[in-house]
Design a protein around this ligand. Structure first.
Ligand code: KG4
Ligand code: ZN
Length: 342
């Protein structure tokens, strides 16, 4: 069973081939030009996807040494994401499915992230906890099986990655902010500033990062000289390290508590922020102390990619999911993914 996956939810066009559950190619084209605007510009993103999607699909087929006639199914991300961007991948996927007479499998972007650790061996066993930490989402999900997800909690304001990006922007560190802050934080003192740990002690699994971001903003305003922010390397690194420590304390604290409360032995952290080195180190430490295994996708599968889309499609087809062309693009996460009785 050979599946082509396409992902175009934000600013990365990606195509991948999975055969019998094994990844054979994963091509990603990032739209680096957004850096100069300090964020993704939706209309520019859609146009870039239009230009790159077919060459990327061809390259994925070529690298996997698969002819288009050998495909058994095609999958593409439906949402959540930027509508204009999603429509490009979705319609290319549907068109291929119609012209080749093979099923089209629509994929939920968050669900694909949840299964990105299934591109590796070993992977988590059901039931496992999925901590989804990306630029747009922060969720803690109990994954009982394919299609059986219980939402334990999510952010009430900013996503973890969004907080990294906004704080980095305030400090003039460019976009996206996570990777550069991660690097600078490794040279700073995480105890230099006592930034808040929002909702860390609430007895639920909700998250909040907007107040933490504002607290860094106030700190930056305080230390600006005549309104100009001119940080020394030490000041900059200490702020990065202290901010990162606050985010990591909250994420690790809640995930570890959920694992213990639910008696769960496996945790997968997925999405762009799972690449954060301090988050990885601290969650692994919590796993050793509390007796749970930690699964983290390889860097290339933590940020947006089509490998996870094709892999999830293969898992769905194994459970006899059927294709459909009746799959609209959607911008927001919605509540269709989660079922309280799952
Ligand atoms: O999953 P992703 O590629 O895109 C979304 O679906 O949102 O996540 C992108 C996010 C960005 O906010 C970026 O700053 C963050 O992941 N990120 C990181 C790191 N690498 C990427 N955040 C913290 N530390 C990192 N090393
Ligand atoms: Zn994503």
């Amino acid at each position: 069973m050979t599946i082509l996956g396409i992902e175009s939810s934000c600013d990365e066009t990606s195509a991948a081939i999975v055969t019998d559950g094994v990844l054979r190619s994963n091509i990603i084209s990032s739209q680096y030009f957004h850096t100069e605007y300090g964020g993704v510009v939706p209309e520019l993103a859609s146009r870039a996807h239009l230009r790159s999607v077919l060459p990327i699909v061809r390259e994925a087929l070529h690298e996997a040494q698969v002819d288009v006639s050998e495909l058994n199914a095609v999958a593409a991300t439906q949402g959540p994401g930027l509508i204009g961007s999603l429509l490009v991948g979705l319609n290319v996927g549907k068109s291929l499915s119609v012209s080749l007479g093979i099923p089209f499998i629509p994929i939920h972007h968050i669900e694909a992230h949840l299964f990105s650790t299934f591109l590796q061996d070993p992977h988590p066993a059901f039931p496992f906890l999925g901590l989804v930490v990306s630029g747009g989402h922060t969720l803690l999900v109990r994954v009982n099986g394919i299609g059986r997800y219980e939402l334990l909690g999510s952010t009430i304001d900013d996503a973890a990655g969004e907080a990294f990006d906004k704080v980095a922007k305030m400090m003039g560190l460019g976009f996206p902010g996570g990777p550069v802050m991660d690097r600078l934080a490794s040279q700073g003192n995480p105890r230099a500033h006592a930034f808040p740990r929002p909702l860390l002690d609430s007895d639920d699994y909700r998250f909040s990062f907007s107040g933490l971001k504002t607290s860094v903003l106030y700190h930056l305003r305080r230390i600006a000289r005549d309104g100009v922010l001119d940080l020394t390397d030490t000041e900059r690194n200490d702020i990065c390290a202290s901010f990162q420590a606050a985010v990591v304390d909250v994420l690790v604290g809640k995930a570890a508590r959920a694992a213990v409360e639910h008696g769960i032995h496996d945790i997968a952290i997925v999405g762009g922020v799972s690449a954060n080195s301090e988050l990885q180190r601290r969650l692994r430490g919590a796993g050793e102390r509390n007796g749970f295994r930690v699964f983290i996708p390889d860097l290339i599968y933590s940020t947006d990619n089509a490998a996870m889309v094709a892999r999830l499609a293969s898992l769905k087809l194994e459970t006899n999911a059927e294709g459909t062309l009746n799959a609209p693009a959607f911008a927001r996460i919605g509540d269709t993914l989660f079922d309280a009785h799952s």
